[in-house]
Design a protein around this ligand. Sequence first.
Ligand code: SF4
Ligand code: SF4
Length: 194
Amino acid sequence: MNITEYFSSIFKGTLSLLKGMQVTGKELFTKKVTEQYPENRATLHIADRFRGTLQFVYDDEGYHKCTACRTCERNCPNGTITITTRSVDMPNGKKKMKLDKYMYDLGSCTFCDLCVTSCPFHAIEFSNDFEQAVFERDALVKQLNYLPEKEKPAPAPKPAADSAAKPATEAAPAQAAKPAAVETPKDQNEEKDQ
Ligand code: SF4
Ligand code: SF4
């Protein structure tokens, strides 16, 4: 290395150092974006569409909409959802399969949203609650139908048949209007034979 190259390398090094310090100095005065978590938990903004964990959609009266059709379970690519059902007796004497347990393993969920978009009853959704850290993997397996199952009130009995409430003249107009039986040649022959 000759003397010219020596001083040139010192100049380039100094220039590079000044450029780096310029960037650092600029960041000293720009607005800070670092989240002071968890100190700012009360004011932390999480995007509504952030997928934190799967949950049931419960209405104000505590009913969920899951019919245990298993569509979400079949569409989940990695077996994150396990649904068990039980047979219940209906007021009409028939049996019906109802949801027993809806188990969701957050530890294996890829948050692909296929279960939510494939549910025909809009019974599940993703909450944006991101604080899901636990000490045991087993704690990541959650039962989504955690509220006690509520039986829906039996449907009101149907009103009495319309025909019973209507006057006799209105109830049987068809019979009144029915024309008298026309005697056919076949009938006449049968009468003669007797
Ligand atoms: S969450 Fe939806 S798709 Fe899954 S079992 Fe319930 S009703 Fe069916
Ligand atoms: S988001 Fe995807 S991986 Fe997670 S439970 Fe739904 S379908 Fe399965």
